[in-house]
Write a protein that binds this ligand. Structure first.
Ligand code: SF4
Length: 191
Protein backbone atom coordinates (compact mmCIF):
# COMPACT_ATOMS: atom_id res chain seq x y z
CA UNK A 1 0.00 0.00 0.00
CA UNK A 2 1.23 3.47 -0.87
CA UNK A 3 0.71 6.59 1.20
CA UNK A 4 -0.72 8.88 -1.45
CA UNK A 5 0.72 11.94 0.31
CA UNK A 6 4.15 10.70 -0.73
CA UNK A 7 3.39 11.17 -4.43
CA UNK A 8 3.81 14.27 -6.53
CA UNK A 9 1.12 15.03 -9.08
CA UNK A 10 3.29 13.59 -11.86
CA UNK A 11 4.06 10.42 -9.87
CA UNK A 12 0.37 9.97 -9.11
CA UNK A 13 -0.43 10.22 -12.83
CA UNK A 14 2.22 7.59 -13.59
CA UNK A 15 0.90 5.28 -10.87
CA UNK A 16 -2.68 5.66 -12.13
CA UNK A 17 -1.56 4.77 -15.62
CA UNK A 18 0.26 1.68 -14.27
CA UNK A 19 -2.95 0.41 -12.66
CA UNK A 20 -5.00 0.97 -15.80
CA UNK A 21 -6.68 4.21 -14.74
CA UNK A 22 -6.69 7.46 -16.67
CA UNK A 23 -3.81 9.68 -15.52
CA UNK A 24 -6.22 12.63 -15.72
CA UNK A 25 -7.96 11.27 -12.60
CA UNK A 26 -5.08 12.93 -10.74
CA UNK A 27 -6.83 16.24 -11.47
CA UNK A 28 -9.71 15.05 -9.27
CA UNK A 29 -7.72 13.17 -6.66
CA UNK A 30 -4.88 15.60 -6.00
CA UNK A 31 -6.84 18.77 -5.10
CA UNK A 32 -9.39 16.72 -3.14
CA UNK A 33 -6.96 14.95 -0.81
CA UNK A 34 -5.27 18.26 -0.02
CA UNK A 35 -8.56 20.17 0.30
CA UNK A 36 -9.70 21.91 3.43
CA UNK A 37 -10.87 19.55 4.85
CA UNK A 38 -9.28 16.74 2.80
CA UNK A 39 -11.75 14.45 1.02
CA UNK A 40 -11.28 10.79 2.09
CA UNK A 41 -10.24 8.49 -0.74
CA UNK A 42 -13.47 6.54 -0.37
CA UNK A 43 -15.51 9.69 -1.01
CA UNK A 44 -13.82 10.94 -4.16
CA UNK A 45 -16.24 11.68 -7.00
CA UNK A 46 -15.18 8.62 -9.00
CA UNK A 47 -16.87 5.40 -10.13
CA UNK A 48 -17.31 2.67 -7.50
CA UNK A 49 -14.94 0.28 -9.30
CA UNK A 50 -12.26 2.97 -9.44
CA UNK A 51 -12.66 3.75 -5.75
CA UNK A 52 -12.36 0.06 -4.89
CA UNK A 53 -9.21 -0.21 -6.96
CA UNK A 54 -7.71 2.90 -5.38
CA UNK A 55 -8.51 1.72 -1.86
CA UNK A 56 -6.51 -1.47 -2.49
CA UNK A 57 -3.43 0.51 -3.51
CA UNK A 58 -3.42 3.84 -1.70
CA UNK A 59 -4.09 5.16 1.77
CA UNK A 60 -3.97 8.65 3.24
CA UNK A 61 -1.54 8.67 6.15
CA UNK A 62 -1.91 10.92 9.17
CA UNK A 63 0.68 11.88 11.77
CA UNK A 64 -0.15 11.34 15.42
CA UNK A 65 0.30 14.54 17.39
CA UNK A 66 1.45 13.76 20.92
CA UNK A 67 2.07 17.27 22.28
CA UNK A 68 1.43 20.91 21.44
CA UNK A 69 3.29 23.70 23.23
CA UNK A 70 1.76 27.10 22.55
CA UNK A 71 3.16 30.58 22.91
CA UNK A 72 2.17 33.99 21.57
CA UNK A 73 4.48 33.72 18.59
CA UNK A 74 4.63 30.00 17.82
CA UNK A 75 3.07 26.61 18.52
CA UNK A 76 5.39 23.59 18.66
CA UNK A 77 3.95 20.23 17.60
CA UNK A 78 5.52 16.91 18.53
CA UNK A 79 4.56 14.07 16.17
CA UNK A 80 5.03 10.32 16.59
CA UNK A 81 6.18 8.43 13.50
CA UNK A 82 5.35 4.81 12.68
CA UNK A 83 8.77 3.59 13.81
CA UNK A 84 8.60 5.20 17.29
CA UNK A 85 10.76 8.15 16.28
CA UNK A 86 9.39 11.63 16.93
CA UNK A 87 9.73 14.90 15.03
CA UNK A 88 8.87 18.49 15.81
CA UNK A 89 7.17 21.05 13.56
CA UNK A 90 6.35 24.66 14.35
CA UNK A 91 3.45 26.93 13.46
CA UNK A 92 4.90 30.43 13.39
CA UNK A 93 2.45 33.26 13.93
CA UNK A 94 3.44 36.31 11.94
CA UNK A 95 1.56 39.55 11.36
CA UNK A 96 1.37 38.61 7.69
CA UNK A 97 0.10 35.06 8.25
CA UNK A 98 0.81 31.56 9.52
CA UNK A 99 3.94 29.75 8.47
CA UNK A 100 4.65 26.07 9.10
CA UNK A 101 8.27 25.13 9.74
CA UNK A 102 8.69 21.54 8.52
CA UNK A 103 11.32 19.01 9.66
CA UNK A 104 13.12 16.92 7.03
CA UNK A 105 15.08 14.39 9.10
CA UNK A 106 14.88 12.56 12.42
CA UNK A 107 17.82 14.16 14.21
CA UNK A 108 20.56 16.03 12.41
CA UNK A 109 24.28 15.57 11.85
CA UNK A 110 25.13 19.20 11.13
CA UNK A 111 26.03 20.02 14.72
CA UNK A 112 25.27 23.77 14.68
CA UNK A 113 26.51 25.05 18.04
CA UNK A 114 23.34 27.00 18.87
CA UNK A 115 20.90 24.17 18.10
CA UNK A 116 19.48 21.72 20.64
CA UNK A 117 17.90 19.59 17.88
CA UNK A 118 21.34 18.92 16.46
CA UNK A 119 22.33 17.18 19.69
CA UNK A 120 20.29 14.18 18.53
CA UNK A 121 22.29 12.58 15.72
CA UNK A 122 20.47 11.83 12.50
CA UNK A 123 18.57 8.55 12.57
CA UNK A 124 16.97 8.75 9.14
CA UNK A 125 15.56 10.99 6.43
CA UNK A 126 11.86 11.77 6.45
CA UNK A 127 9.72 10.52 3.59
CA UNK A 128 7.75 12.88 1.37
CA UNK A 129 4.51 11.86 3.07
CA UNK A 130 5.95 12.51 6.54
CA UNK A 131 6.82 16.06 5.46
CA UNK A 132 3.47 16.68 3.80
CA UNK A 133 1.56 15.27 6.75
CA UNK A 134 3.23 17.73 9.17
CA UNK A 135 1.61 20.49 7.20
CA UNK A 136 -1.78 18.79 6.95
CA UNK A 137 -1.84 17.89 10.65
CA UNK A 138 -1.00 21.41 11.77
CA UNK A 139 -3.59 22.89 9.43
CA UNK A 140 -6.21 20.52 10.84
CA UNK A 141 -5.34 20.95 14.53
CA UNK A 142 -4.76 24.71 14.47
CA UNK A 143 -7.65 25.44 12.09
CA UNK A 144 -5.49 28.19 10.62
CA UNK A 145 -4.94 29.09 6.98
CA UNK A 146 -1.30 28.26 6.31
CA UNK A 147 0.21 30.99 4.16
CA UNK A 148 3.82 29.82 3.97
CA UNK A 149 6.06 26.79 4.44
CA UNK A 150 9.63 26.98 5.73
CA UNK A 151 11.77 23.88 5.36
CA UNK A 152 13.82 24.89 8.36
CA UNK A 153 12.80 22.42 11.06
CA UNK A 154 14.99 19.59 12.31
CA UNK A 155 17.43 18.27 9.72
CA UNK A 156 19.48 19.50 6.80
CA UNK A 157 17.08 19.59 3.81
CA UNK A 158 19.84 19.27 1.23
CA UNK A 159 20.86 15.93 2.73
CA UNK A 160 17.39 14.66 1.86
CA UNK A 161 17.11 16.49 -1.42
CA UNK A 162 15.10 14.05 -3.54
CA UNK A 163 12.31 13.84 -0.98
CA UNK A 164 12.41 17.55 -0.23
CA UNK A 165 12.06 18.38 -3.94
CA UNK A 166 9.07 16.04 -4.25
CA UNK A 167 7.53 17.67 -1.17
CA UNK A 168 8.03 21.11 -2.73
CA UNK A 169 6.71 19.82 -6.06
CA UNK A 170 3.49 18.56 -4.46
CA UNK A 171 3.06 21.92 -2.75
CA UNK A 172 3.59 23.85 -5.97
CA UNK A 173 0.94 21.78 -7.76
CA UNK A 174 -1.47 22.39 -4.94
CA UNK A 175 -0.80 26.10 -4.95
CA UNK A 176 -1.56 26.22 -8.64
CA UNK A 177 -4.72 24.22 -8.06
CA UNK A 178 -5.59 26.47 -5.08
CA UNK A 179 -6.02 23.38 -2.87
CA UNK A 180 -3.43 24.66 -0.39
CA UNK A 181 -3.54 28.30 0.61
CA UNK A 182 0.24 28.68 0.91
CA UNK A 183 1.91 31.40 -1.10
CA UNK A 184 5.55 30.54 -0.53
CA UNK A 185 8.02 27.77 0.30
CA UNK A 186 11.47 28.61 1.58
CA UNK A 187 14.35 26.51 2.73
CA UNK A 188 17.69 26.88 4.45
CA UNK A 189 20.95 26.87 2.55
CA UNK A 190 23.71 24.32 2.78
CA UNK A 191 26.11 25.44 5.52
S1 SF4 B 1 21.06 22.10 10.41
FE1 SF4 B 1 19.28 22.85 11.56
S2 SF4 B 1 18.58 21.12 12.81
FE2 SF4 B 1 20.66 20.65 12.10
S3 SF4 B 1 21.96 21.28 13.80
FE3 SF4 B 1 21.87 22.99 12.33
S4 SF4 B 1 20.17 24.29 13.02
FE4 SF4 B 1 20.00 22.30 14.07
Amino acid sequence: MTDIYGLTYEKLKTRLSEIGEKPSRADIIFPAIYGEPPVPLSELPLKKETLEKLSGIFFTGELECIRVQSSETADKYLFALNDDNTIESVLMKHEFGYNVCVSTQVGCNMGCAFCMSGKLKKRRDLTVSEMTEQLLAIRKISEKKITGISIMGIGEPLENLTNVLDFIGAGETNRNAKSLSTTSTTTTKWR
